[in-house]
Design a protein around this ligand. Structure first.
Ligand code: ZN
Length: 475
C-alpha cells in the first residue's frame, strides 16, 4: 500500500487519504457532498453520539425528533435567519406530479421546524425551562469544495434548543452548554477555544454566538460546534410567550447548541499521524484488536488463547475485534494502525504457552498483559494510551498559537495568531485581510494558556479597551 501524503506539507491531501484508507466514509455516492457512512465510520459516529447524549442529558435535555420538512411559511418568519440560509436550502416543490401549495424546505437546521410548536408547548413559567435536543440529518446546499465530515451537504447534526424565562437564565444555559462540551471534548481528547464570534460572523438570527474552534496545524482551525444566545429574536416572530409569576405575558429567551459529524473530522485531523487515524478510546470503533500469530505446531493453542482473550474482553464490555484472517501479521498491524485502533494484542506460540499477550498501543508503546489479569491489564493500557493521546494533542495545541504585534506578522503565518483588537468592525476586517482568513472572536471565558494583556489594537493602535482576538484560516 502506498504511503500517506505528509500531514504537515499537504494537510488536506493527507486528511482525505486517511478518511478513505481507514474506510471511514465512501464518497462515491452520486450526489456531491452526500457521502456513505461505512460500517467502520458509523461505529465511530455512534460512539460520538453516545458521548453527546450522555452530557446533554446530564444537564436536563430530553430527546425529541421533529419532521425533516419545514413549510416555507414557517421557514420565512425570522428575517435574519432566512437571509443567512436562503442560498443553502433544498426545496421540495412537488408531491408526486402535483405542485405543492406551500413549498417545503429540507431542514438546514431546526429553529423554524420547532418554534411554531414551542409556541404551543410553552404556556406558563411552569413550562420553563424547556430543553430538548435531537440528532438528525440536516441539509445545506454547500457551494464550496465538500470534504468528508468537515463540509458536506447532508449533515449528521446534533442540536439542542432551549426556552428560558429571561436573558440571565439563557446566559446560564450558554455556559452550561460550554461546560458540557468541555466534558465531551475531554473524552475526545480535543483541545479547543471557546470564542465569541464578532457580530458580522454570528449565526443568522442570534444575539451572539460562541464557537468551539480547534487548531488543526499551521494557521488553520476547524469549528467543532457552536452555542447561540437568541434572546427574543425568534420567540418574537414565532410567538413563544409564557405567563410569568406576576401574570404578565412575556417572550422566552432562547439558546441553541449545535454539534455535528465535524467532531469526527476533528478527531481524524487532530490525532491522526503518518500511519493514519488515531482514535481516543471513547470514540474508537474497536478499542482492541486481537491478532493471532500462526506458529507451526502451536496453531490450536494460539487460536484458543486469541479466542479466549476476545471473548473475555467482549464480556467485560470492550469493543474488540479478532483478526484471524489469512494475511501476514504485518499486513494486519498496518491496517489496524491505519484505522486507528488504540490497542493491539498479539498472541503467538510463546504468549500462548505463558498465558500472556504482547500489547502494542497505537503510538507503539509495547508491553505484556497476563491472561490472569486480562481485563484490568487492558484497562490500564487503554488509560495510558488515552493519557498519551491527550498529552500529544495538548502539546500541539499550545504550539499552535503565537501572538502578533503587527499586521505584517499575520501574512503567511505558520500559526494561529492572537492579536489586540479594539472591537471595531473595520479593524477586524483589516486583520482578516492580513491573515487571509477570519477573526474568530474573543475568548468567552479565558485563554487556556498565559497571554498577559494586549497592548494595543493591531490595526488602529488604540490602547483603551483592547482585548485579545484570535485570527486564523478556518477550513
Ligand atoms: Zn482598532
Amino acid at each position: 500500500m502506498a504511503d500517506l501524503p505528509d500531514k504537515d506539507a499537504a494537510f488536506i491531501d493527507w486528511y482525505l487519504a486517511v478518511v478513505e484508507a481507514a474506510d471511514l466514509s465512501d464518497k462515491r455516492y452520486p450526489v456531491k457532498g452526500m457521502n456513505i457512512w461505512t460500517a467502520y465510520g458509523l461505529r465511530a459516529r455512534r460512539r460520538l453520539d453516545q458521548v453527546m447524549i450522555r452530557e446533554i442529558e446530564a444537564i436536563g435535555s430530553e430527546a425529541v425528533e421533529f419532521p425533516t420538512l419545514i413549510p416555507e411559511t414557517d421557514f420565512a418568519k425570522e428575517k435574519e435567519h432566512v437571509k443567512g440560509f436562503d442560498a443553502q436550502v433544498y426545496w421540495v416543490t412537488r408531491g408526486g406530479l402535483t405542485p405543492l401549495d406551500v413549498p417545503l424546505v429540507l431542514r438546514p437546521t431546526s429553529e423554524t421546524a420547532m418554534y411554531p410548536t414551542f409556541a404551543l408547548w410553552v404556556r406558563s413559567h411552569k413550562d420553563l425551562p424547556l430543553a430538548v435536543y435531537q440528532i438528525v440529518n440536516t441539509f445545506r446546499y454547500e457551494t464550496k469544495t465538500t470534504r468528508p465530515f468537515v463540509r458536506v451537504r447532508e449533515i449528521h447534526f446534533f442540536e439542542e434548543h432551549t426556552c428560558q424565562v429571561d436573558d440571565a437564565a439563557a446566559t446560564r444555559r450558554v455556559h452550561e452548554n460550554l461546560r458540557a462540551f468541555a466534558k465531551m471534548a475531554a473524552d475526545f481528547g480535543l483541545p479547543y477555544l471557546a470564542l465569541r464570534r464578532p457580530d458580522w460572523d454570528k449565526f443568522a438570527g442570534a444575539a451572539y454566538s460562541v464557537a468551539l474552534d480547534a487548531p488543526i496545524g499551521g494557521p488553520r482551525t476547524l469549528q467543532l460546534g457552536t452555542v447561540h444566545h437568541y434572546r427574543e429574536n425568534f420567540s418574537g416572530p414565532y410567538g413563544i410567550r409564557y405567563e410569568a409569576v406576576d401574570g404578565t405575558q412575556k417572550l422566552v429567551h432562547q439558546t441553541t447548541f449545535g454539534l455535528s459529524e465535524r467532531l469526527l473530522g476533528g478527531i481524524v485531523a487532530i490525532h491522526g499521524d503518518a500511519k493514519g487515524a488515531v482514535f481516543p478510546v471513547a470514540v474508537a470503533p474497536f478499542e482492541v484488536v486481537v491478532v493471532p500469530i500462526p506458529a507451526a505446531g502451536a496453531g490450536p493453542a494460539v487460536n484458543a488463547a486469541a479466542s479466549e482473550i476476545t471473548e473475555r474482553l467482549r464480556a467485560a464490555g470492550r469493543r474488540v475485534r479478532l483478526d484471524a484472517g489469512d494475511e501476514r501479521p504485518g499486513a494486519k498491524y498496518y491496517r489496524w494502525e491505519l484505522k486507528g485502533v488504540p490497542l493491539r494484542l498479539e498472541v503467538g506460540r510463546r504468549e500462548a504457552a505463558e498465558r500472556t499477550a504482547t500489547a502494542v498501543d497505537r503510538f507503539g508503546a509495547k508491553g505484556t498483559v497476563r491472561l490472569d489479569s486480562l481485563e484490568s491489564d487492558v484497562a490500564t493500557r487503554l488509560d495510558e494510551f488515552d493519557r498519551t493521546l491527550r498529552e500529544r494533542a495538548e502539546t500541539r495545541f499550545r504550539a499552535s498559537f503565537a501572538p502578533a504585534a503587527t499586521l505584517a506578522e499575520l501574512a503567511h503565518s505558520d500559526r494561529v495568531r492572537y492579536v489586540g483588537w479594539c472591537g471595531a468592525e473595520a479593524c477586524g476586517h483589516e486583520i482578516e485581510r492580513a491573515i487571509d482568513g477570519a477573526l474568530l472572536g474573543t475568548p468567552e471565558e479565558r485563554f487556556p494558556f498565559e497571554t498577559g494583556p494586549p497592548a494595543r489594537c493591531i490595526a488602529c493602535g488604540v490602547e483603551r479597551d483592547v482585548r485579545w482576538a484570535v485570527a486564523a484560516q478556518p477550513i
